[in-house]
Design a protein around this ligand. Structure first.
Ligand code: PHE
Length: 460
C-alpha cells in the first residue's frame, strides 16, 4: 500500500476525479470527432455508417476502454511495462510495442491536420471568411493553403512543439489544466453552430443523409471503417488509456469513468455531424469530399451567420486546443515508456519522440499538393497522409484492441481484471456483460471484420 502511495506521488496522479475524466475526454475528443468522423461518415454512406459506428462504440469500444484503464490502474505502468508486469517474459509486451509505434505514427499525421486548424484560426481571425464565401471559393482556399509546403511543415513543427512543451511539463498540471476549460467550451460552440446550421435552407437533405439509414450503402469496408473510427475517436488500441489509467488512483470507478468519457466523446462526434451535413447539403457540396471536408464546409457560413467571425475564430481555436489535448496523450505513450522502463529523463524522451514524429510527419504535410508524388501513391492511389491514417489510425488500433481484449479475456483473466475494477469502487453491476463482451464479442467481431477486409481486399 505504502509503495503504491509513493509510486502515485512519483509518477504523478490525477488531481481529482473530474480532472481525470476531463483529461481522458481531452484525449478522446479531438480531430477524430470533428475532422475525421464527418468525412468518414460522408464517404461511407451517412446514417447507416453512424448506426454501425455507435454499435462499435457500445459493444467494442466501451469494453476495451474499461480493459485498458483497468490494466493501467492495476499495473501503474506504461503501455509496454503493463504487459511485462502482468505476463513477464512473454510476447504480450509486443502489444505495447505496437501501441508505442502506433502512437508516434498517429501523432505524425495528426499534427499535420492540427496544423491546418491553427492556420484556419489565423485565416478566420484575419477576416478571410468574413464576406460571403461560395463552396467553390472555399475549396480553392483550402487547396491553396494545404499545398504550400513551407506553411504545412511550419505548422506541423509548431504543433508538435506545443505538444512537447505540455508533455514536458508533467502529468497533472500539464494535462488537467488545459482540459478543464476546453472541452465544455468546445461543446457549447458546437451547440451554437448546430442551432444555426439547422436553420439553413436545404438543411433537411443533410439531416436525411445523416439520420435516415440506407442499408444499400453498406460495403465490405464500412464495418472496418466504423470500427476503426470508433477506436480512433476513443483513443483505444494503443495503450493511451493504459497510460492514463496508470495515473488513476484506486478509489475511482473505472466503468463509470469509461462510460462518461465514451458518452461525451460520442456526443461531440454526433454533434459535429449535425453541424456539417446540413451546411454541406445546403451549399451543394459533395459529402464524400475527403479529409478537407470540415475545412471547406465550415468557412462558407462564417460570413453569413450573425457574429460569424467571432464564432469561427473561437471554433478553430477550440478545435486546435482539443487536438492538443489529444496529441498530448499520443506523445505521452512513448514518453511514459522511455521514462519508466529505460530510465530516460522526461526531457530527453519528449525531445527525441517529438522530433521523430515531426520528421515522420513531413511526408504527410507534403502530400496535399506540396509534392505530387506523395498525393497519390503508386499502386494504392491514395496519398501519404491517407495511408498513415489508414495504417496507424485504423488497422493498428483495431489489431491492438483485439489483442488487448484477448489479453484481458484469456491471459490476465476477467476474474482478476474484475477484482481490480471492483477494488475500492464497489460491485460492478455489468460484470457478466463486460466479461462476455471482452471474451467473446470483441474478439469475434474484430476477427470477422478484419477477415472480411482481407478477403475482399477493400483496405482503404
Ligand atoms: N481520440 C483522438 C481524437 O479523436 C485521437 C487519438 C487516437 C488520441 C488514439 C490518442 C490515441 O482526436
Amino acid at each position: 500500500m505504502a509503495q503504491t502511495a509513493s509510486n502515485e506521488i512519483e509518477r504523478g496522479s490525477w488531481g481529482s476525479r473530474i480532472g481525470f475524466i476531463l483529461a481522458a475526454a481531452g484525449s478522446a475528443i479531438g480531430l477524430g470527432n470533428i475532422w475525421r468522423f464527418p468525412y468518414v461518415t460522408g464517404e461511407n454512406g451517412g446514417a447507416i455508417f453512424v448506426l454501425i459506428y455507435v454499435a462499435c462504440v457500445l459493444f467494442i469500444g466501451l469494453p476495451v476502454m474499461i480493459a485498458e484503464l483497468t490494466i493501467g490502474r492495476h499495473t501503474q505502468r506504461n503501455a509496454i511495462g503493463a504487459f511485462e508486469a502482468l505476463a513477464p517474459g512473454s510476447a504480450w509486451k509486443l502489444v505495447g510495442v505496437l501501441g508505442v509505434v502506433t502512437g508516434i505514427g498517429i501523432l505524425s499525421f495528426y499534427s499535420v491536420v492540427a496544423g491546418w486548424t491553427v492556420g484556419y484560426f489565423v485565416k478566420t481571425f484575419a477576416g478571410e471568411f468574413s464576406g460571403s464565401v461560395s463552396a467553390a471559393q472555399s475549396e480553392a482556399i483550402f487547396r491553396e493553403f494545404v499545398s504550400n509546403p513551407w506553411v504545412a511543415i511550419l505548422l506541423l513543427g509548431l504543433f508538435i512543439g506545443a505538444t512537447m512543451y505540455v508533455v514536458g511539463g508533467g502529468v497533472s498540471e500539464g494535462i488537467e489544466k488545459w482540459s478543464k476549460i476546453l472541452m465544455p467550451a468546445l461543446f457549447c460552440i458546437l451547440l451554437l453552430l448546430t442551432a444555426y446550421a439547422l436553420t439553413l435552407e436545404g438543411a433537411r437533405k443533410g439531416l436525411e443523409f445523416y439520420l435516415r439509414p440506407d442499408p444499400s450503402k453498406i460495403r465490405a469496408a464500412t464495418f472496418a471503417k466504423a470500427l476503426g473510427q470508433a477506436l480512433f475517436s476513443l483513443s483505444l488500441g494503443m495503450g493511451a488509456m493504459i497510460t492514463y489509467g496508470s495515473y488513476l488512483p484506486s478509489h475511482q470507478r473505472v466503468p463509470l469513468s469509461a462510460f462518461q468519457v465514451a458518452l461525451f466523446d460520442t456526443l461531440v462526434a454526433l454533434l459535429a455531424g449535425l453541424v456539417i451535413f446540413p451546411i454541406l447539403f445546403s451549399m451543394g457540396l459533395n459529402p464524400a469530399g475527403g479529409p478537407g471536408l470540415v475545412f471547406v464546409v465550415l468557412p462558407t457560413i462564417f460570413g453569413k451567420m450573425p457574429l460569424g467571425w467571432l464564432f469561427g475564430t473561437l471554433f478553430f481555436v477550440l478545435l486546435a486546443l482539443a487536438a492538443l489535448t489529444s496529441t498530448i496523450s499520443l506523445l505521452e505513450v512513448p514518453v511514459a515508456f522511455f521514462v519508466d522502463e529505460k530510465g530516460w529523463s522526461r526531457r530527453r524522451a519528449v525531445l527525441s519522440m517529438g522530433s521523430l514524429a515531426f520528421v515522420l510527419g513531413i511526408p504527410s504535410a507534403l502530400s496535399q499538393g506540396g509534392i505530387s508524388a506523395l498525393s497519390s501513391l503508386p499502386g494504392i492511389r491514395i496519398g501519404f497522409l491517407d495511408l498513415m491514417n489508414a495504417v496507424f489510425g485504423n488497422y493498428c488500433l483495431t489489431i491492438g484492441s483485439l489483442f488487448i481484449a484477448l489479453f484481458v479475456g484469456y491471459r490476465w483473466g476477467v476474474e482478476k481484471a474484475l477484482a481490480e475494477i471492483e477494488r475500492g469502487g464497489g460491485r460492478f453491476a455489468f460484470r457478466a456483460v463486460w466479461a462476455a463482451l471482452i471474451r467473446y464479442v470483441c474478439p469475434v467481431a474484430v476477427i470477422v471484420i478484419l477477415g472480411y477486409i482481407l478477403v475482399t481486399g477493400q483496405y482503404f
